[in-house]
Design a protein around this ligand. Sequence first.
Ligand code: ATP
Ligand code: MG
Length: 137
Amino acid sequence: VEQTLSIIKPNAVAKNAIGAILSRFEAAGLRIIAARMLHLSKEQASAFYAIHQGKPFFDELVDFMTSGPVMVQVLEGQDAIAKNRDIMGATNPAQAAPGTIRADFADSFTENAAHGSDSPETAATEIAFFFPEGVCV
Ligand code: ATP
Ligand code: MG
């Protein structure tokens, strides 16, 4: 089994969609094995998205990710990384397949409702970023 880091972004939290989104993970067979809700600081958001530093959308991304609380969870299951990204849909919601989280809950390219790790390496780094004490299973 694999683990991945998932974030329900501020726009989706604001539209009261935490439960609807978590239900989709569970319905797909992914288990929520750790979770926390927090309001990211600029420093935390910049550090989390450090790989995008210098890109044209970086400042807007950090402003958005710090605009309200986020729900962060570790999902576990067979092919959890790819499965989560399938359930989320394409990064650009205009290209997200019908029925995906981004098709249903995104407001723009930046405000695209959810984050998911993109490789085993980033999953490990991102899980440690939010759950430095480890997960409880
Ligand atoms: P995430 O890392 O949030 O799961 P992703 O891996 O699909 O999304 P990345 O390329 O890592 O996409 O971009 C990180 C985030 O930055 C995107 O989810 C989106 O919120 C924002 N973003 C990326 N590209 C653009 C863009 N061209 N214009 C506006 N925002 C963007
Ligand atoms: Mg990414």
